[in-house]
Design a protein around this ligand. Structure first.
Ligand code: NDP
Ligand code: MG
Length: 388
């Protein structure tokens, strides 16, 4: 039996992970499961998986959690330190599926253990790819991507020499506003933005998909994960999301990963790697696929893609600054304090003013945390100035 922990168990990725584990009850010994606000779900998961410990990041919800776990023998804990301490507990396999920068330190703690880090929290690579990769290298931790595009690329690269890779082609659905004119995009609501046409995901990543900030994050994630030159990474809009991404080699061959839009592909692959197991995904019926469409990205309506390339050119702490500005802007958009298009304008302005922070290597947690705080404040200052 393999020992495992699930960070962010109550979220969209977390619950999909839980469902696969519940279908394979004899394969895993579950150590920690964590959540934040959804205590009812966290307790239900902890009991169903017979976990050793359930942790909420929110101290005020500990009583509720303890009450629900009374008599089960499952320990309850709360707060950031408890989360980080559980992430430091060595297990064979742990998934980092907390949303946002809050997941970075958790990923780092898991990476020190020498087991397998299944990484859904792409923010970890965007903010601190160098530090995370180096931590994995030193401890011997295996890093496996749990993002559909990156799992697809990882699988296409299996047994290949990265030196023979000519291009990596990330597919993007284009989100709910793919064909919406720019002037209409200015007025969309969070509810409209959260309505993803193909994938069922958490609120924040769904809205990031509508603005294509998610794809921008994934471009940087690709560079960090596969150590590939920036100019070799391409994005193509593919509204059906049947091809999850592709790798092009120096002989002109393209390897594509295909299937229904179901994240259990990537989770299952990381969970059973290097083996494969059926996790109940629908099979593709090619006779029912009427067409596969592809088109170029429109960077006028989706400037996030251009910003990602600037971030990679700037290097150092630019990834942290970019992610933090994007997270801050998303909060402001959700609170209806800024419009949809304001997000990319503010993120761009913040990234372009990185000299005010003083860019340097993103090689310590301290530097990364300071850059994160600076960037969020910079966005708030810009909004305050424009409201004057
Ligand atoms: P969700 O919002 O659905 O879930 C987030 C999880 O993190 C929940 O368990 C939530 O707890 C917990 N959480 C929230 N805030 C904190 C905090 N401050 N400290 C600790 N835990 C916290 O997100 P997703 O599952 O959609 O995404 C998770 C990560 O995976 C993100 O980085 C996302 O970009 C990435 N990802 C997601 C994909 C998807 O299909 N959803 C695909 C590829 C990558 P609670 O719910 O109890 O409040
Ligand atoms: Mg993805």
């Amino acid at each position: 039996m393999r020992s495992i922990s699930i960070f962010g168990a109550t979220g969209s990725v977390g619950q999909n992970t839980v469902s696969i584990i519940r279908n394979n009850p004899n394969a895993f010994d579950v150590h920690a499961v964590t959540g934040a606000k959804n205590i009812e779900k966290l307790a239900e998961i902890a009991i169903a998986l017979k976990a050793n410990i359930a942790i909420t990041s929110e101290d005020l919800r500990l009583d509720d959690l303890s009450e629900r776990l009374k008599g089960t023998g499952i320990a309850a804990a709360s707060g950031r330190d408890a989360l980080l301490s559980a992430a430091a507990d060595p297990v064979d396999w742990a998934i980092s599926a907390v949303v946002g920068f809050a997941g970075f330190e958790i990923s780092l703690a898991i990476a020190r253990n020498g087991g397998t880090l299944a990484l859904a929290n792409k923010e970890s690579l965007v903010c601190g790819g160098t530090l995370l990769n180096e931590t994995c290298r030193q401890s011997g931790t295996t890093l496996l991507p749990v993002d559909s595009e990156h799992s697809a690329i990882f699988q296409a690269l299996n047994g290949e020499d990265i030196a023979n890779v000519e291009r990596i082609i990330l597919t993007a659905s284009g989100g709910p506003f793919l064909r919406m004119p720019l002037d209409e995009m200015a007025h969309v609501t969070p509810k409209q933005a959260a309505d993803h046409p193909n994938w069922s995901m958490g609120l924040r990543i769904s809205i990031d998909s509508a603005s294509m900030f998610n794809k921008a994050m994934e471009i940087i994630e690709t560079k960090e994960l596969f150590d590939i030159a920036e100019h070799k990474i391409e994005v193509v809009i593919h509204p059906q999301s049947t091809i999850h991404s592709m790798v092009g080699f120096n002989d002109g061959s393209i390897m594509a990963h295909m299937g229904p839009a179901d994240l259990r592909f990537a989770i299952g692959y990381a969970l059973f790697y290097p083996d494969r197991l059926d996790v109940g995904i629908d099979r593709l019926d090619f006779t029912k696929l009427s067409r596969l469409d592809f088109m170029a990205t429109d960077t006028k309506r989706f400037p996030a893609i251009s910003i990602a390339h600037d971030v990679m050119r700037l290097g150092g702490l630019a990834g942290t600054v970019f992610n933090a500005a994007k997270e801050q802007c998303l909060d402001l958009f959700l609170e209806r304090k800024i419009g949809f298009l304001e997000m990319s304008r503010l993120v761009n302005k913040t990234v372009q003013s990185i000299d005010n922070l003083g860019n340097s290597d993103a090689d310590t947690l301290n530097k990364i945390s300071k850059a994160d705080t600076w960037s969020r404040q910079n966005v708030l200052n810009l909004v305050e100035m424009s409201n004057k």
